[in-house]
Design a binder for this molecule. Structure first.
Ligand code: ADP
Ligand code: MG
Length: 226
């Protein structure tokens, strides 16, 4: 399988805070990775680097074979819009835009806004009848499904989900996980941060961070890097 994500000796510091160090791993296209670790261990920092929202202070980040650690902000934004769908724990919907407008917002960076496509994406997550509603008129689970529609609208090869069910009840957790499962079946590569071992089980691989380092990053893992 072709490589989707490859990190080589990645480090990230914020001033005197070391958020990540010596992070090396490779993910093949179509893999589903669960990223675990205690609070503050660097999970979100790692997702932000893979998601082209931030850049490492050390090492190499290759996404779909492209080195992004030396990209300019503008290059990162464009690359992200084409390759990556982001799902956050805190939804990050624009409060004064309707569901369909929130989904169309993601399209703007990619191609001309296409309202019909955005509505179809909402239908796919079971929210076809809620397109005109504002985020405040939707439950947490519904808001997260709008986020998933927004993440999938550009047909990204890679989906990053940072604790996607962290703020959801069990029923909505099941719906969101079904949508991620479908994305995986469709061949997408998924990186999912979770604290829940049952949810991590759905992935085909688990990596754990501790104090900014990958646990058990052994020579077998390193040997598959190149
Ligand atoms: P996790 O997602 O595993 O809880 P984070 O990646 O959010 O962990 O944070 C890892 C470490 O980096 C923490 O010590 C956190 O305080 C620090 N950190 C994260 N973002 C910043 C930032 N923008 N500025 C300073 N420190 C940060
Ligand atoms: Mg986090």
């Amino acid at each position: 399988m072709p490589e989707a994500i490859a990190l080589d000796n990645v480090g990230k510091t914020y001033g005197s805070v070391t958020a990540l160090q010596n992070v090396t791993f490779r993910l093949e296209a179509g893999e589903w990775l669960a990223l675990m670790g205690p609070s503050g261990s660097g999970k979100t920092t790692l997702v932000n680097l893979i998601g082209c929202l931030d850049q490492p202070t050390q090492g190499s980040v290759r996404i779909d074979g492209v080195e992004v650690s030396t990209f300019t902000r503008r290059q990162l934004t464009r690359f992200r819009a084409e390759k990556i769908g982001l799902i956050f724990q805190q939804f990050h919907l624009v409060p004064y835009l309707t569901a369909v407008e929130n989904v169309m917002l993601a399209q703007h960076f990619h191609s001309l806004a296409d309202e019909r496509e955005a509505r179809a994406a909402l239908e796919q997550v079971g929210l076809g009848d809620r397109a005109e509603h504002l985020p405040a008129q939707l439950s947490g689970g519904e808001q997260q499904r709008v986020c998933i529609a927004r993440a999938l609208i550009n047909d990204p090869r890679i989906i990053l989900a940072d604790e996607p069910t962290g703020n959801l009840d069990e029923a909505n957790e099941a719906i969101v996980m079904d949508l991620l499962r479908a994305a995986h079946r469709a061949g997408r590569t998924i990186v999912m941060v979770t604290h829940d071992p049952d949810i991590a089980q759905l992935a085909n691989r688990t990596l754990r961070l501790r104090h900014g380092r990958l646990e058990g990053s052994n020579t077998a893992e390193l040997a598959t890097l190149r």
